[in-house]
Design a protein around this ligand. Structure first.
Ligand code: NAD
Length: 249
């Protein structure tokens, strides 16, 4: 793993789960790291905390401006804030589609728009978007969520092309089911959460969930100068599900 000394990173949705693990890993490796989150109250030093809702363009712009002023620039954007949605196309109304698309897709666009002028000034500029196996797997009962992650994948490719000659690399990670507070919240709704967790683990290719730290490791690689020739790529962190063409359940 490369040394992030001298690099400045911003992680959206960095207060919890994958974002938190990524922020902590980048900081451990020497980056100065800012976290942007709806609720950054749990964020401790050395991470810097900024409250913003990625659905509010003004809040995102102001938070990115504050990060750049405080850190003295920006090299890395980790576009990670996201929310879930369950069901088929018949289960979510228009308002729900707009709400989840607004967070998961337009939220990433807002953060990128605010960050790009600063990334252009960097010699190691990278954007990493948190996508999902849902982008391409055809998961049942995840129509809206899958559509948002399909859009994140396309956006990653389009941005990689648009900013290639500016020296800004854009990649994404595709986690499988990752053990984060999000999954904890989903499991807690089951009649027997422990049995539900055991069943979920048994359905994974490796018999266990992916850890937040394992996703963070992939994100950190794509953000680091070690991956300097890699852009427009989706890195699977799914225990072999996509690579081995296993059926997600
Ligand atoms: P999480 O709920 O633990 O963390 C998400 C963070 O995003 C929270 O801190 C939350 O406050 C923040 N957030 C949510 N909406 C926001 C908004 N409007 N503005 C600013 N911040 C906001 O979830 P996680 O599991 O760590 O998920 C992180 C990312 O990983 C998401 O994009 C998710 O789609 C993706 N992902 C997760 C899994 C999984 O199994 N956990 C799998 C594939 C992809």
């Amino acid at each position: 793993m490369s040394d992030f000394a001298g690099l400045k990173a911003l992680v959206t949705g960095g207060a919890s789960g994958i974002g938190r693990a990524t922020a902590e890993l980048l900081a451990e490796r020497g980056a100065q790291v800012a976290v942007l989150d709806l609720d950054p109250s749990s964020v401790d030093k050395p991470l810097l905390a900024y409250r913003a809702d990625v659905t509010d363009d003004t809040e995102v712009r102001e938070a990115v401006a504050a990060v750049v002023a405080d850190l003295g620039g920006l090299d890395i954007l980790i576009n990670n804030a996201g929310i879930g949605a369950q069901g088929t196309v018949e289960d979510n109304d228009d308002a729900e589609w707009h709400r989840v698309l607004d967070v998961n897709v337009v939220g990433m666009v807002r953060a990128a728009r605010a960050a790009l002028p600063h990334l252009r000034e960097s010699r190691h500029a990278a954007i990493v978007n948190t996508c999902s196996i849902a982008a391409t797997a055809g998961l049942p009962q995840r129509a809206l969520y899958s559509a948002t992650k399909g859009a994140v994948y396309s956006l990653t490719l389009a941005m990689a092309a648009d900013h290639l000659r500016e020296g800004i690399r854009v990649n994404c990670v595709n986690p499988g089911t990752a053990d984060t507070p999000w999954i904890g919240r989903l499991l807690s709704k089951a009649p027997d959460p422990a049995a539900e967790r055991a069943a979920l683990e048994a359905r994974q290719p490796t018999g266990r969930l992916v850890s937040a730290a394992e996703v963070a490791g992939a994100i950190a690689y794509l953000a680091s100068p070690l991956s300097g020739a890699t852009t427009g790529t989706a890195l699977a962190v799914d225990g072999g599900m996509q690579g081995l063409r296993l059926r997600p359940v």
